[in-house]
Write a protein that binds this ligand. Structure first.
Ligand code: NAP
Length: 310
């Protein structure tokens, strides 16, 4: 057997992302021992039932003792408190990472608490579903998906390489990015689309003229795909918007300006403008499929009325 990348990997937080890491790391033999920690005893018990790790430790500070890699997978708003809690247990030379959907705020929250000699390499896997909890994870979640690492100033290049090898080992493609730039890119590719979905589903629900049962009954026409996104975890997404405020506000401004242009074109019957706009957007869809980031199958590959796995 080849040498695993890490002797002891501690996963703090064992929801969708943490449990997918546990499953993939086990499958791909990336750590000799996997230690699991989570906030509530019932979640820890569930993780043990599912056999996600080798040891289960409620106290995060105890859980990280002796670990050569610690990955924190919790809502981004809890990052500072968690860094403070684990700091006394970290061994010198350990790699500390996270999976948060926002990066600059996580850096600001965690870095001040981490002791010198610990290598902090924040990360964000661009993979997920609208489901939560340890049952929701699966080992192939990260396959052929990007994972963005946002090393901080002075990050040890060797630690960055080891974490990169870990994500590549789970099937991801890895790119390095500045945390602020990450937040701007993700604002438009992920955060604003979620906000739009939350908004449109909320608007439909509020419409007095269209009954709730009609919204559900006729949901096949586009709305259904928004409802999937709008079913995403409320805690996670509250924290994303609170902690990526500047980039989201900036991108939202651009979005609203463009929306007004479309509204104007519809009001004044500017068919050419609409046609050119929709042609341009269709090309983006084709490029995403060509890049292997989605399927070209009709109806997102659902195959009948069964919901997609992701
Ligand atoms: P999840 O399934 O809801 O699991 C959350 C985990 O965090 C659980 O172990 C939970 O513990 C713990 N937790 C919740 N609140 C906490 C708090 N205040 N303090 C300490 N621990 C807390 O969440 P997830 O989808 O795995 O998301 C985890 C992170 O991954 C988030 O930062 C999110 O931004 C990022 N992410 C998510 C996705 C996605 O699509 N879901 C994709 C990429 C990145 P208990 O159950 O024991 O309470």
């Amino acid at each position: 057997m080849s040498q695993p990348l890490f002797e002891r990997l501690t996963l703090v937080g064992i929801g969708l992302i943490g449990s997918s890491i546990a499953r993939a790391a086990r499958r791909d033999d990336l750590a000799r021992e996997i230690v699991i920690s989570t906030r509530r005893p019932e979640t820890l018990a569930r993780a043990a039932e599912l056999g996600l790790g080798d040891r289960y430790v409620l106290d995060p500070c105890e859980a990280v003792r002796g670990a050569d890699c610690v990955i924190v997978s919790i809502p981004v708003g809890a990052s500072a408190a968690m860094a403070e809690a684990i700091a006394p247990g970290l061994k010198p030379g350990a790699i500390v990472s996270d999976v948060g959907s926002v990066k600059q705020s996580v850096v600001d929250q965690m870095q001040p608490h981490l002791p010198a000699g610990v290598h902090f390499v924040p990360a964000h896997p661009l993979a997920g579903t609208e489901h939560s909890g340890p049952e929701a994870g699966f080992p192939s979640l990260f396959e052929n998906r990007w994972c963005i690492l946002t090393p901080v100033e002075g990050s040890d290049p060797e630690a960055v390489e080891r974490l990169k090898a870990f994500w590549v080992g789970m099937g991801s493609k890895v790119e390095l990015m500045d945390p602020k730039h990450h937040d701007m890119v993700l604002a438009i590719t992920s955060h604003i689309p979620h906000l739009i979905a939350y908004n449109i589903v909320g608007t439909a629900e509020n419409l007095g003229a269209v009954t709730k049962s009609e919204v559900i009954k006729f949901s096949a026409s586009g709305f259904r795909d928004f409802t999937r996104i709008a079913a995403s975890d409320p805690t996670m997404w509250r924290d994303v918007f609170l902690h990526n405020k500047d980039a989201v506000i900036e991108m939202l401004g651009r979005f609203v300006e463009d929306l007004f242009q479309l509204q104007h074109a519809i009001r004044f019957g500017e068919g050419d403008m609409l046609f050119h706009h929709f042609t341009r957007t269709r090309e983006i869809r084709r490029a995403i499929i060509d890049a292997g980031q989605d399927t070209a199958a009709p109806d997102f590959g659902r195959g009948g009325t069964k919901p997609a796995a992701e």
